[in-house]
Design a protein around this ligand. Structure first.
Ligand code: GLN
Ligand code: ZN
Length: 758
């Protein structure tokens, strides 16, 4: 018999109940007891949904983040968050977000750093260490949840982060060696294991996802040390990996004294043969056979074809599960009412993925005939997607096949273009501009939502938006900025706005996925070949340009960012989807140019996010990502100035690729890091123009003119002044006009001061 289990269930709730409860609690509208109740109800519901499984995960639920839960479980709480009023939960939210529900603004502490969970869009709170860090077990929360699960009659398999990944994913605040903490950490894990065994737990899922990354010998050795220290013990360990293959960590994992290993069989299928020869006969093999990262139905027939032979060999040593925690997919497809029915037919959210898992288990245990109807229905859906004309557009495929290097090639070199551009644009030294969006006021949001709901007709909506554009233009005139933007009032989201106008995209109503804490995103679903039926932005930009003599930037989202922030197809490589998007954006760029727009910005806010987990795979990603941008941007004439924008400052390792995009101007986030980013320019001389952000738009603070001048002078030490621009870090949509106007006024005055000094 095959065993079924799940690595983690989305905790946010099908209707985002957890989000709303948390936010009410933080506002003081909900008591701690009420928040705890919501948590208990959600957990109970989620376990009931999973009750057909042999083991359900416990400990995957969290009020903010599972890594932060782990820090509290291990007693690793930053000193600044201890010794305040209230209880552990208050301290928990202090680390999570800087303050508990009862703290006033003056009582806040600085929140823990947040960073991306591997290559997902989930963000975790980074554990903090220093040489003096100690650990002590506080398992109360986990034990309570285990007891709650027990009353439901499900078999609990607690989920924790393993000791080596826990250390690796954290940061030392002094220069000390994280691995030196391992001997202090392991006894606490041993105590936890004893406590769980005393609860009657048979299996513990211990996540060591760093096994899918490149590890140096010291970290590989740490695995051996750690797991030897945790043996013998009174319960069984399922060492769990996900998001990739193990490569040279595979033999290491198989040699550890654990009772089973979970492998992401979606990403590491090619390793299964080697794995079966290396795996000791005493160990269970858990295979992640359902993709926990996408929203497509699994091809059950194809899965059984390769899974059945493995089952015949392993028999009851085989377990099956989704490839990773289902945290990364929406909860339940049955909540969808507005998705086009053909698209809905091809999809599976968390709940449906577990149904698929149960069908596979039955097919293995009792033969395919026992689930014949379900398999036939699944094949019908899979085949309909494979052959649907809504997915496959021969003209788009032909256009991708026709792509050649000349498509991404500007006519002349940057130096030649720059001369022509400066003659036609006539910009001063240190030209000033903004990144695109201006404040999104409640009135703007309301107008958009009323238009969506049909309460505002198209003509009134257009009039409203034109009025907003006019306001933006007026403000920019008054501020004496050099290059204008239209303000993006018509856009709720920089990816959704374009997705909605492209063929091949669908939008869910409730397809929320947790991004961090109470924040969720609803990634659009890229299901078919991408085509742009008509211009998407030209009318707005042309209108904006008609109001001023200053150059108005056309404003687009780039292909790589659209791709990285969507659920993408699994029936073709990401690169192909990206090229299709690139061709669509290229048409828009050319239409903007034709309508007289002289500067076009193509945002690639998420280019860095798409980097693969292993460095050895970076080159191939960067190659098609950069090529996609070049295809989108570089069809224009020499006189048209191409800008791009990126929202981060870790540039050192990819700067050559960024230069290869060959944008005339790049604007980047830098103000918070005090121009640290510019270190990258010590070793690489960036050839084109650059606008290092001088106004931190994530803070309500108004940057002083002097500070801006100082930052720009720092920049001028590395980059010739004739190639420097002056601009904020990112778009201004989350700020208010009251903040934006004085901040930009200081920025423009700073630029004038720099010009005089030059
Ligand atoms: N043009 C976008 C804006 O200004 C860029 C947003 C981003 O980089 N995240 O809002
Ligand atoms: Zn940005």
């Amino acid at each position: 018999m095959v065993t079924t289990h799940n690595l983690g269930f989305p905790r946010i709730g099908a209707k985002r109940e957890l989000k709303f409860a948390l936010e009410d609690y933080w506002k003081g509208k909900l008591s701690q007891a009420q928040l705890e109740d919501t948590g208990a109800v959600l957990r109970q519901r989620h376990w009931q949904h999973q009750s057909q499984l042999d083991f359900v995960p416990v400990g995957d639920f969290s009020f903010y983040d599972q890594m932060l839960d782990m820090s509290f479980l291990l007693g690793n709480i930053p000193a600044r968050a201890r010794h305040h009023e209230g209880n552990t939960l208050d301290n928990y939210f202090r680390v999570a977000r800087g303050r508990s529900a009862q703290d006033t603004a003056c009582h806040c502490v600085h929140a823990g750093e947040m960073t991306k969970w591997f290559d997902t869009n989930y963000h975790y709170i980074v554990p903090e260490f220093d040489a003096a860090t100690t650990f002590s077990l506080d398992a109360a929360r986990l034990l309570t949840q285990i007891r709650q699960a027990a009353t439901l009659g499900v078999t609990a398999k607690p989920v924790i982060i393993g000791p080596v990944s826990y250390l690796w994913l954290g940061k030392t605040k002094d220069a000390s060696d994280k691995l030196a903490l391992l001997p202090k950490l392991l006894p606490v894990y041993a105590q936890l294991i004893d406590a769980l065994a005393a609860e009657g737990i048979e299996w513990l899922q211990i996540d060591e996802p760093i096994l899918v990354t490149e590890l140096d010998p010291a970290w590989q050795q740490a695995f051996t040390t750690a797991y030897q220290a945790l043996a013998p013990r009174k319960l069984k360990l399922l060492l769990t990996t996900y998001f990739g293959d193990l490569q040279d960590n595979l033999s290491l994992a198989c040699a550890l004294p654990v009772d089973g290993i979970h492998i992401d069989a979606i990403n590491a299928r090619h390793e299964l043969e080697r794995l079966q020869t290396l795996l000791p006969k005493s160990m269970v093999l858990s295979l992640g056979v359902i993709n926990g990262r996408n929203i497509w139905k699994t091809d059950l027939h194809a899965t059984l074809e390769w899974l059945e032979p493995i089952h015949r060999v392993l028999q009851s040593r085989l377990w099956i599960a989704p490839s990773c925690s289902l945290l990364h997919v929406p909860v339940d497809l049955r909540s969808e009412n507005k998705l086009a029915s053909h698209v809905q037919y091809w999809l599976a959210f968390a709940q449906q993925k577990l149904d698929e898992l149960n069908i596979l288990a039955q097919a293995l245990n009792k033969g395919r005939v026992s689930v014949q109807d379900a398999l036939v229905a699944n094949s019908a859906a899979i085949n309909s997607r494979k052959s649907s004309p809504l997915v496959h557009n021969p003209a788009v495929k032909a256009a991708v096949a026709d792509i050649n290097a000349s498509l991404g090639q500007r006519h002349s070199s940057y130096e030649q273009r720059a001369k022509k551009q400066s003659a036609s644009l006539q910009l001063p030294a240190f030209p000033t501009t903004t990144i695109g969006s201006f404040p999104q006021t409640p009135e703007i949001r309301q107008a958009r939502s009323r238009y969506r709901l049909g309460q505002l007709d198209e003509a009134s909506y257009n009039t409203f938006m034109q009025k907003e554009i006019a306001r933006c233009v007026q403000e920019q005139e008054a501020l004496e900025l050099d290059v204008f933007v239209h303000g993006e009032a018509e856009r709720n989201d920089m990816v959704e706005y374009f997705g909605e106008q492209l063929e091949g995209y669908a939008f869910s109503e409730c397809g929320w996925v947790q991004s961090y804490g109470s924040r969720c995103v609803k990634p659009p679903i890229l299901f078919g070949d991408i085509q742009r039926p008509k211009p998407m932005t030209v009318n707005w930009i042309r209108y904006a340009q008609s109001l001023t003599d200053k150059p108005m930037k056309g404003m687009l989202t780039g292909p790589v960012t659209i791709l990285n922030w969507s659920f993408v197809r699994d029936d073709q490589p990401r690169s192909v989807s990206c090229y299709q998007l690139a061709l669509a954006i290229r048409q828009e760029v050319l239409d903007l140019e034709k309508s007289g727009v002289r500067i076009i910005q193509i945002d690639e806010a998420a280019l860095r996010e798409g980097l693969p987990l292993r460095r050895t795979e970076w080159d191939s990603y960067l190659r098609w990502a950069v090529e996609s941008f070049r295809i989108a941007a570089n069809g224009v004439s020499d006189e048209t100035q191409i800008h791009t924008h990126m929202c981060y400052s870790e540039f050192n390792d990819i700067i050559a690729s960024i230069a290869a995009m060959d944008a005339d101007v790049i604007t980047i986030e830098t103000s918070r890091s005090d121009m640290e980013l510019l270190d990258a320019f010590d070793h690489f001389s960036y050839p084109n123009e650059i606008g290092p952000g001088v106004y931190d738009i994530h803070s309500p603070n108004i940057p002083a003119q002097e500070h801006i001048v100082q930052l720009m002078r720092k920049a001028a030490e590395r980059i010739p002044t004739e190639r420097l621009w002056v601009n904020p870090d990112c778009g201004l949509k989350t700020r208010s006009w009251e903040e934006v106007i004085p901040a930009l006024r200081n920025m423009v005055t700073a630029a004038k001061q720099l010009r005089q000094a030059a």
